[in-house]
Design a protein around this ligand. Structure first.
Ligand code: RIB
Length: 309
């Protein structure tokens, strides 16, 4: 099973022709949409659709948004009994999506700020499970669960997003660190890495992590690069006409975790995750647009598997 310790939000999606500048009012090009989101919940849905059993641990508020987030997970056979109630409102993200499919978000974390490591019971931190985390809940709590997972030999994945919350100490108990290109540069700055080429940033990050840690940097339509044990891999991805890229990073992480959990090699996981992330851009919304394993299988052969360089 994959244990996702992370955030749950409701996303209000605003389609716009272009993003507003400070002081500018921009009308939506069509009705706004309201969708379940949050990096944790999005990744859980992506992993479940890719064929894994998934449980989510986090916090919601005592409100209709929270109930909607939980029901949406349950409707996809994701365990939600580890989701607790906070006195703060459910997390809410306002996402502007422009005509090219790019997005900008403002997130009110609300209840997500009350998620605690002790909500994850020791019983689920076992070697055959995988812990999947991000940084939209308090990083201190995320790092604490990662450390407990390491003690119990549970493989760990950290999507270091938002990257501004990452620290050097946070790398200590991570087996697979995943970031996008923008976050990789932010992380390089935080970790005092002088490189600018993603391949070299990934290599430098792995040297700061625990032995054997992999660092994967996603590069949007250019695919991704990864470094593990000083070996560098590159993989291209499917070229699509993106409608909304909001859930792409989460699709990558969830599908990556699912492939590992199903017993596949990490390079196979990266291959499938990249193709699935591209497919997730074909519709508006984060969770609704996550591809199912059959969709990924139908396209994965169009992209060469990761290549060592
Ligand atoms: O990664 C995308 C997610 O980040 C959105 O669903 C939004 O809720 C924000 O948390």
């Amino acid at each position: 099973m994959i244990i996702v310790f992370g955030s749950l939000n409701i996303n209000t999606v605003m389609p716009v022709a272009h993003f507003p500048k400070p002081g500018e009012t921009v009308p939506c090009t069509s009705d706004y949409l309201s969708h379940p989101g949050g990096k944790g919940a999005n990744q859980a849905v992506a992993a479940a659709r890719a064929g894994a059993k998934v449980a989510v641990v986090g916090k919601i508020g005592d409100d209709s948004f929270g109930r909607r987030c939980v029901n949406n997970l349950k409707n996809q056979s994701i365990w939600a009994s580890g989701i607790g109630m906070s006195e703060h409102p459910t997390g809410h993200s306002t996402v502007a999506v422009d005509s090219s499919g790019m997005n900008m978000s403002i997130v009110a974390p609300g209840a997500n700020n009350d998620a605690t490591a002790d909500q994850v019971p020791d019983e689920v931190l076992i070697p055959r499970n995988i812990l999947l985390t991000q940084l939209e809940v308090p990083p201190k709590e995320t790092f604490m669960v990662l450390s407990r997972a390491r003690n119990h030999k549970t493989p760990t994945i950290l999507d270091a997003s938002p990257a501004t919350k990452m620290t050097k100490e946070g790398l200590a108990n991570v087996d697979y660190l995943i970031v996008n290109e923008v976050e990789a540069h932010q992380l390089a700055h935080t970790l005092q890495i002088a490189e600018t080429d993603p391949r070299l940033i990934a290599k430098a990050i792995t040297r700061l992590g625990s032995p054997g840690m992999a660092c994967i940097i996603t590069l949007e339509s250019k695919g991704s690069v990864a470094v593990k044990n000083d070996e560098t891999y590159v993989v291209r991805t499917l070229q699509v006409d993106a409608v909304d890229t909001t859930g792409a990073g989460d699709a990558f992480c969830g599908i990556f975790a699912a492939r590992l959990q199903l017993g596949h090699d990490w390079r196979n996981a990266m291959h499938y995750a990249g193709v699935g992330a591209a497919l997730s851009c074909l519709a508006l919304g984060a969770q609704e647009s996550m591809p199912f394993i059959d969709d990924i299988e139908a396209h994965v052969h169009k992209v060469e598997p990761p290549r060592k360089i």
